[in-house]
Design a protein around this ligand. Structure first.
Ligand code: UFG
Length: 337
């Protein structure tokens, strides 16, 4: 019988791709998602890729009764906890909403896990915990910096809570760098609500004619071309990292109960390099202008991936050009629907 994996937020951007990869790796994904930042169309995409609709419950993870019943009914071997809010700016405006969803939500998941004697968890953390690092690339041992936003604080708190519960809960804590791209078939991708804050959805919407122009936030940083540098990672690579983390948990390969991994490519690209790659790969011009810096932006951050490559046995396979191609194909698919 297939091992079941409970995926909270399984209809979101990273969750939906991970559901497909879990199925392909021989697991049975069970989804709980309250559709607060996702849409049922993601289920159509999942169905088209795996050939059937996985078990899905429309509920908030803070609803402990529903969560407990789901666990009793399915007895998952592990939980991947994606369900969380992720917009930095919004978290500044609505901090309580972020603490409620991201911190109380995690505590709720842990309480139910403890009660139901489930002890394998994969947690969505973020490179935001490193803040503006003193040195790049960042290692998992690089000291974290005070959070720049309530969103960042919720990820740091999540890590602390999980470390403090490591006596009974085995955790794979994955620090994502900048997830972009889409499923290569364009069956799944990111569905940003309203005006996107992130570079790639804003860029693809601009090229699609939905926005006038992309603003590059600052070109006077201390980087080779003056624009900020990030480690962009294809969402399919990220999804595959979750499968590796689940396999490590269910096969009891963890060396320590609380393990942290950087999930990036190890390569940093500037905003202008991203635009150039998009233009070259898709043979389309990206209307853009240089604007002022955006408050709170980190100048440069990219991952040292030695630990994740060697210990988790995972390496990102897809390059920036592929990310640009898949992001654009996804935007075209959205336009044509
Ligand atoms: N950028 C622009 N113009 C835009 C949007 C972004 O120039 O319209 C630039 C930003 O200034 C930055 C880069 O593109 O230099 C990437 O910006 P994103 O908003 O796409 O991503 P961030 O690196 O700011 O944030 C991401 C995630 C957060 C996470 C953070 C950790 O969205 O959830 O990485 O560093 F916390």
């Amino acid at each position: 019988m297939k091992k079941k994996i409970l995926v909270t937020g399984g209809l979101g951007f990273i969750g939906s791709h991970t559901v497909v990869c879990l199925h392909e790796a021989g697991f049975e994904p069970i989804i709980i998602d309250n559709l607060s930042n996702s849409q049922m169309s993601a289920m159509d995409g999942i169905k088209s890729l795996i050939g059937f609709e996985p078990t899905f419950v429309n509920a908030n993870v803070n609803d402990k009764e529903v969560l407990a019943q789901l666990i009793i009914d399915h007895k998952p071997e592990a939980i991947i906890h994606f369900a969380a809010f992720k917009a930095v700016g919004e978290s500044v405006e609505k901090p309580l909403m972020y603490y409620e969803n991201n911190v109380v939500g995690l505590i709720s998941v842990l309480e139910v896990m403890k009660e139901q004697v489930i002890s394998n968890l994969v947690f969505s953390s973020s490179c935001t915990v490193y803040g503006e690092p003193d040195q790049v690339p960042v290692l998992e041992t690089t000291p974290t910096k005070p959070a720049q936003s309530p969103y960042g604080a919720t990820k740091q708190m999540g890590e602390i809570i999980l470390k403090d519960n490591a006596a009974w809960c085995k955790t794979q804590c994955l620090r994502y760098f900048n997830p972009i791209g889409a499923h290569p078939t364009a069956a799944l991708g990111e569905l940003p609500l309203g005006i996107p804050n992130n570079l790639i959805p804003f860029l693809t919407q601009t090229v699609a004619g939905l926005r006038n122009e992309l603003t590059v936030f600052g070109n006077d940083y201390d980087t080779p071309d003056g624009t900020c540098i990030r480690d962009y990672i294809h969402v399919m690579d990220l999804a595959e990292a979750h499968v590796k983390a689940v396999e490590r948990l269910v096969h009891n390969k963890q060396e320590e109960n609380f393990e942290v991994f950087n999930i990036g490519t190890g390569n940093g690209f500037s905003v202008l390099e991203v635009i150039q790659s998009f233009e070259k790969e898709n043979n389309i011009n990206v209307p853009h202008k240089i604007g002022p810096r955006r408050a709170g932006d980190v100048v440069k951050v990219w991952a040292d991936t030695t630990k994740v490559n060697e210990v988790l046995g995972w390496t990102a396979k897809r390059g920036l050009d592929e990310m640009m191609r898949d992001s654009w194909n996804w935007q075209l698919k959205l336009q044509n629907n």
